[in-house]
Unconditional design. Sequence first.
Length: 156
Amino acid sequence: MRRTTKSAPQGVATAKTPTHAKTAVWGKSLESGRWIKLPRIFLRAGRYSELLGTKIKPRHLLLLLALGSQKYQRNQIRAYWENLAIDLGVSTETVRKWGYELRKMGLLKIKQNRGRGDIQRVGHRNESNTFDLSPFIKFMEELDQKWPKKKREDAK
């Protein structure tokens, strides 16, 4: 008995033909493996939150993105102010100021890690820090629940 294969009717998705192709904004070679996912609410939340609309500035979001990019599995985020400053193209004092502004708003926890280092200069302030983004994540999750349902569906 000979088997014949029937093709799916036009417009009907099969296992091999998805209904939509994946969106590649920056090109497939750049988007493969070296990217972090970013919830849309992260960039649009200023519309729905007075705190994000007035107090949190783009510089704060940039620092949060830089810290988020250093997260790996369940490990804590550890970074030096100096390295963050280099990554963001600003001075060490500037990036430190941004971090402490976020801490003052209650959106970032910073723990200084002091240990033996090869630099023993007085006034050297480039100690490693542990950063906890959970207050910001919790805030964003609460904001997401308040996000109008229609906007949530449009974002999908």
